[in-house]
Design a protein around this ligand. Structure first.
Ligand code: ZN
Length: 234
């Protein structure tokens, strides 16, 4: 449990539950049709996130959807929303946004995120490669901006960059990896032997990386260079 920094702003919610919620919703508002990207940060040194982890059942009986036994701060009782939708679901008249509806929003959103990429069908391996490289470039840009070797992190080791990096690994890089895997699986027939082998290595890396993000491992297979090479068509 953090007491300071970005993750600490979320008071009593455990780090593991924060990462789970942000990761499974890929940092997007869970209300159907909204999908606002909550990972973009306002300008300025004291960067903070704009996503809000709303309680499905309020902690107090008088709060939104309150029950005699108040809701807790666990992943199961939280839903990631943008500030506007959070206000709507909490301020609307009783019964307009019931518990079941919010659970349903969350389930549908998380299922959609998990399946990203599996609908993408390509005619040519060059098109698949380009799509893969585009996602890799997005992940790389996040690493450059917030990773441990980013300018901001090295300039001020006490900045909240580390907290932001922790979130972005969970809500952007891990879902990006899954999208790549879904996309390649859906277009497997286009791959040659070298690409199949490189893809297998990438899958091993991605799975270990996801476990590492959830709970730090001492070591894990790093991103395989061969993967990038196998999908380069310049
Ligand atoms: Zn929203």
């Amino acid at each position: 449990m953090r007491t300071s920094g970005t993750l600490g702003n979320f008071v009593a919610i455990s780090e593991a539950d924060i990462k789970l919620l942000w990761g499974r919703s890929a940092g997007m508002c869970s209300r159907p049709g909204c999908g606002v990207d909550l990972t973009c940060l306002p300008e300025g040194k004291d960067a903070y996130t704009v996503g809000e982890m709303a309680h499905v059942i309020a902690r107090s009986i008088a709060g939104p959807r309150g029950r005699a036994k108040g809701g807790d701060d666990s992943y199961a009782n939280l839903i990631l929303l943008c500030p506007t939708d959070h206000r709507h679901v909490d301020k609307a008249p009783d019964g307009e946004f019931p518990i079941e509806l919010l659970h349903n929003w969350k389930m549908i959103h998380e299922r959609r995120i998990r399946a990203l990429g599996s609908e993408n069908k390509f005619e040519k391996v060059e098109e698949l490669s380009k799509a893969v490289r585009t996602i890799l470039a997005k992940s790389h840009a996040i690493w450059n901006a917030f990773g441990p070797r980013s300018e901001a992190a090295t300039a001020d080791p006490n900045s909240n960059m580390y907290d932001i990096w922790e979130l972005r690994r969970a809500d952007t890089i891990v879902p990006n990896n899954r999208t790549i895997i879904n996309m390649i699986n859906a277009n497997e027939v286009l791959l040659d032997q070298k690409q199949m082998e490189a893809f297998a290595l990438f899958c091993v890396h991605a799975e270990a990386y996801e476990a590492h993000v959830r709970s730090p491992l001492d070591a894990y297979p790093t991103f395989p260079k061969s993967f990038e090479e196998a999908f380069a068509y310049e």
